[in-house]
Design a protein around this ligand. Structure first.
Ligand SMILES: [Zn+2]
Length: 258
């Protein structure tokens, strides 16, 4: 009985600690439940994975460009000759435009992740439209063209967002149940293991080139150095989202090429 009594304050501390740990993240990608109806209505433009016949997978990085972390990620990708997709936050594109230029010049794809990382479930049509447009313009200013991929922050889905994306001939890119929650710094091994254990043909992997960490190198960057060679050994090829889509069924290909 005494042992149990000792355990109570320890457990309490743990719970409180975890609560504040999560609170500390200003851009926590908490998964918000998807509205299945909306997903079904717009399934022609929503992508969650590539085809399962080929060993193609896509690394995606959200919430950048970040002046410290993104160049390191670009370095790891370059060393391993891997192409990825960056879903950028528009206001950060304005602050770090050189990094976006580098992403593009090194063969990576740029997608839209709103201008100020909004939750589209809580915003009006005009607010979402403005956020997407501002980011399209910010990217165009740097690389000369607008993205045709959109990823909603927090995995939030709304009908307005889908309508806007469809009107702009953009695809909405989610991910394949492969979210190692790297932004929460769960440990390098956890990130590596989650990816290696869950990866399949056509998987879209969600990672971040933004982190609240004060360290100069994030767990994401350390994990990438391990996980990329591992998956290559297993025969996987890393491609951009557009390339992944080029290997998919006709409907989505058409949407992508419009
Ligand atoms: Zn995000």
């Amino acid at each position: 009985m005494k042992k149990i009594l000792y355990m109570i304050p320890v457990l309490l501390l743990l719970v409180v600690g975890m609560y504040f740990h999560n609170k500390a993240g200003i851009k926590d990608e908490e998964v918000i439940s998807l509205s299945e109806d909306i997903l079904n209505d717009y399934e022609d433009i929503i992508i969650k994975h590539g085809n399962n016949e080929e060993k193609l997978i896509a690394l995606t990085f959200d919430d950048g460009p970040h002046k410290d972390f993104t160049p390191q990620i670009l370095g790891v990708l370059k060393e391993n000759d891997v192409k990825a997709t960056f879903f950028v936050v528009g206001e950060m594109v304005d602050w770090n435009s050189e990094i976006v230029k580098r992403e593009y010049n090194e063969g990576h794809e740029i997608g839209n992740h709103t201008f100020t990382h909004i939750n589209v479930e809580k915003r009006s049509y005009s607010e979402i439209n403005k956020e997407i447009n501002q980011t399209q313009e910010a990217v165009k200013k740097v690389i000369g063209k607008e993205p045709n991929l959109f990823r909603p922050p927090y995995r939030a889905i709304s009908k307005n967002m889908c309508t806007i994306a469809k009107d702009k001939n953009m695809n909405i890119i989610l991910w394949s149940n492969l979210d190692p929650r790297d932004w929460s710094n769960p440990g390098v091994n956890y990130i590596v293991e989650t990816i290696v254990n869950k990866v399949q043909n056509g998987t879209i992997i969600l990672l971040h080139d933004y982190n609240n960490s004060k360290n100069s190198t994030t767990q994401t960057i350390q994990a990438l150095k391990i996980v990329i060679p591992k998956l290559k050994e297993q025969g996987y090829k890393f491609v951009t989202i557009s390339e992944l889509m080029n290997h998919m069924d006709k409907d989505k290909q058409t949407q992508n090429k419009k």
